[in-house]
Design a protein around this ligand. Structure first.
Ligand SMILES: Nc1nc2c(ncn2[C@@H]2O[C@H](COP(=O)(O)OP(=O)(O)OP(=O)(O)O)[C@@H](O)[C@H]2O)c(=O)[nH]1
Ligand SMILES: [Mg+2]
Length: 339
């Protein structure tokens, strides 16, 4: 598999940024993010497995080189927007992810699975991304459906599938200007593997063409990058100064790490605060929907009870009328007999 698509690249930092593509993969736990990352890299770089709980625990970056000489950096993430995991974990992971993608992202792949139902959390994820990084993030998003094999087995085209998607998912696809690709991560067919990868890369290239090749970056990206750069410069400076003793050197390094950790903590808190707001809003919305659904169910139940009651009343009336008419007939017959 490795030789067909890519040659491995051990030392990705050596790759010039202009000749590399950085992609982040996000989506619900179990949707096939790691499997998609592996399909892009052409090797089993990330652990991908069937599991009821999250397999990927923390964001990771792996790289490879395409045949055309371009390096691809893939950042695999855990289920960042599964709100059950808590905003502290999400905040920390997002900062880690940004740290891995300091030079910006050429595309964000939002992974959905053909085989699993679209959820409200997935609907809210795009809002969270916009809240954190600004509306422009949408211009860099590509929708990836995993489970191309399942789609084929059901003899449906992607177009058929999308036409039957819930409205919010259609809206996400529209927001992404129909940048959609299907991946069958299980296929061993080399032509198919190359085909789906080519499709994805052409979408990444179309994003680059529409924004002058500038990778996505935002204020949070610059803050994280600045901090890391400052730490590196300070480390180099003290390393170069031969007057420091080993003890002083390690003390100074510790201080630098501490100030960097403090900075990351501040950014994480900011991310957490922003997400907290989005999560609160989603929870409120879900609670309102639940109340509305319960109310609708109560009304339906009441009207069913009412109609049951009415049917009972009608039946009783009918029975009474029947009995009355039988009584009347009996009386009439008796009267006839007397006459
Ligand atoms: N049939 C089929 N199964 C797939 C496909 N892509 C992924 N899977 C399966 O889906 C399961 C979950 O895949 P992962 O790649 O671990 O999913 P993930 O999104 O990384 O999951 P977390 O790390 O837990 O967030 C695995 O059993 C994969 O083999 C696909 O295209 N077709
Ligand atoms: Mg994973």
């Amino acid at each position: 598999m490795e030789d067909d698509l890519v040659d491995l690249l051990e030392n990705w930092e050596l790759t010039p940024a202009s000749n590399s593509i950085s992609l982040a993969i996000v989506g619900k736990t179990g949707n096939g993010k790691s499997a998609t990352g592996n399909s892009i890299l052409g090797r089993e770089a990330f652990i991908s497995d069937l599991s009821p709980c999250g397999v990927t625990c923390t964001s990771e970056l792996k790289s490879a080189i395409f045949k055309d000489g371009r390096a691809v950096n893939v950042i695999d993430t855990p289920g960042l927007f599964d709100f059950s995991t808590g905003s502290e974990f999400i905040g920390r992971e997002i900062v880690r992810c940004i740290d891995l993608a300091k030079d910006g992202l050429h595309a964000v792949l939002m992974v959905f699975s053909i085989s699993s139902r679209f959820t409200r959390e997935e609907e809210a994820a795009i809002q969270s991304l916009k809240t954190l990084f600004g509306d422009k993030i949408v211009d860099y998003m590509i929708v990836v459906f995993t489970g191309g094999d399942t789609l084929e087995a059901s003899r449906k085209t992607l177009k058929d599938y999308i036409s039957r998607c819930p409205e919010p998912l259609k809206n996400i696809i529209n927001l992404c200007k129909n940048r959609v690709v299907v991946f069958d991560n299980n296929t061993k067919d080399k032509i198919k593997r190359e085909g789906q990868l080519k499709q994805l890369i052409s979408l990444v290239d179309s994003i680059a063409a529409s924004n002058g090749g500038k990778p996505f970056s935002s204020k949070i990206f610059s803050q994280v990058k600045e901090g890391a750069l400052r730490r590196q410069q300070m480390e180099e400076a003290i390393e170069a100064n031969k007057e420091y003793s080993a003890k002083e050197l390690s003390q100074l390094k510790e201080e630098i790490y501490k100030s960097y950790d403090d900075q990351i903590k501040r950014i994480t808190e900011m991310v957490e605060e922003k997400l907290h707001f989005t999560i609160e809003r989603l929870e409120k919305q879900l609670a309102e929907e639940q109340t509305a659904r319960l109310k609708a169910e109560k009304i339906a139940e009441a009207s069913r009870l009412k109609s049951d009651e009415e049917i009972k009343k009608l039946k009783a009336e009918l029975q009474r009328a029947l009995e009355e008419s039988q009584e009347f007939r009996k009386q009439a017959e008796n009267r006839c007999a007397i006459l």
